[in-house]
Design a protein around this ligand. Structure first.
Ligand SMILES: Cc1cc2nc3c(=O)[nH]c(=O)nc-3n(C[C@H](O)[C@H](O)[C@H](O)COP(=O)(O)OP(=O)(O)OC[C@H]3O[C@@H](n4cnc5c(N)ncnc54)[C@H](O)[C@@H]3O)c2cc1C
Length: 325
């Protein structure tokens, strides 16, 4: 049946498709409501489609993002089906503005699928960031970790299977499954709050594993609401707010010229001058980082890896302890 709902061909192309993430996880956009035109429609409220041109939509969407008029983008919703290791789910669930329904280990059998970091992402503790990874660990350490993980997970899986065989309640049988065990959920969120989630979770400070999910979801947003995605990259992800002191420092370095452009004043600011603007040593270091030319990250989906819901469901089902199907 044809729909009168607003749709976007780029989003329709991937709707219901499953994109593998990590070794056993996935993200699927199972539904969406609205797109850029609906952000605009909500902002204009009393204007109809007739007055809209593509360039006006883009201008308005960008204006709204720049000036943090966020409620129009709350009118657009996206619903995902995702599977991720429990330790990723634990970080993800901290984002409180989504509606979540998680797979129940009390009601259902847990697929015995465990996340195993590949060698590329198996790193030593960072020496500069207490909450992050540093250099890659030695090959031999990864090999032994894999052996030890496999042994531990075999034991945990055997224990789970044995408890089920003894007809122990599933809610008890599952308690020693490790945090690497995959869980899954439906996750629905509006576009505004999704972009907040993505800003935090595609950031290099976020753990690699959750970043892998956020990158796929950012690429899905691009298909649902490309103009909002573009504005998010420009203003949120690659933009940086400036403090009063930073603005003062910049105003000493550049001024607007008669042609409506910007001209350098020829001034040079020493760290003492920056301190005079009110910036602490740490703020100065952060300011200098802000002044580096920004990157323009892009998030894309590889349609070649897209899988069907049936294939993903079959994979999960095969991993459930066999004798209890
Ligand atoms: C790199 C990184 C490291 C982290 N490290 C830790 C850690 O060590 N320990 C830890 O506990 N957490 C940690 N977190 C989680 C972090 O503190 C936040 O809980 C998480 O990022 C969710 O952010 P949020 O509250 O802005 O998002 P959401 O829950 O999605 O909320 C979105 C926005 O809604 C508003 N909001 C939502 N609920 C409320 C409320 N009850 N009251 C007021 N405003 C509300 C806020 O403006 C909020 O920004 C980390 C997060 C990141 C990205």
């Amino acid at each position: 049946m044809d729909t009168r709902r607003p749709t976007n061909p780029a989003a329709e192309e991937i709707l219901g498709g499953y994109f593998p993430v990590l070794d056993h996880g996935f993200v699927s956009l199972v539904d969406y409501m609205g797109g850029d035109a609906d952000v605009e429609r909500a902002a204009r409220v009393s204007y109809g489609y007739g007055t809209r041109t593509a360039s006006r939509t883009r201008g308005l969407v960008r204006y709204l993002r720049r000036h943090r008029h966020t409620t129009p983008s709350e009118m657009v919703e996206l619903k995902f089906h995702c599977a991720m290791p429990m330790f990723v789910a634990r970080q993800w669930i901290r984002h409180r503005t989504a509606n979540v329904n998680e797979y129940s280990g009390r009601y259902s059998l847990m697929p015995l699928l465990f996340y195993r970091p590949d060698e590329e992402h198996f790193s030593l503790q960072s020496e500069v960031n207490n909450q992050g990874r540093g250099e890659r660990a030695a090959h031999a350490v990864h090999r032994e970790a894999v052996e030890r993980w496999d042994a531990l997970r075999r034991d945990a899986g055997d224990l789970y299977g044995w408890l089920l065989e003894e007809n122990v309640a599933r809610e008890i049988a599952r308690i020693d499954l490790p945090l690497s065990t995959y869980t899954q959920w439906y996750w629905k969120i509006d576009l505004h709050n999704l972009l907040h989630f993505l800003t935090l979770r595609v950031d290099p400070h976020a753990q690699y594993e959750i970043r892998a999910y956020a990158a796929v979801m950012a690429a899905m947003v691009r298909r649902v609401a490309p103009l909002t995605y573009e504005a998010w990259i420009d203003y949120d992800l690659s933009g940086r707010p400036l403090s009063r002191g930073e603005r003062e420092a910049l105003s000493r370095l550049v001024s607007s010229d008669d042609d409506g452009g910007l001209a350098g004043t020829g001034a040079r600011l020493s760290s003492a001058d920056l301190a005079e603007c009110g910036l602490s040593g740490r703020e100065i270091r952060e300011f200098l980082m802000k002044m580096q030319a920004p990157e323009r990250p892009e998030f894309d989906l590889d349609l070649g890896i897209m899988r069907s819901a049936e294939e993903m469901a079959a994979r999960l089902e095969r991993a459930v302890p066999g004798s209890f199907e």
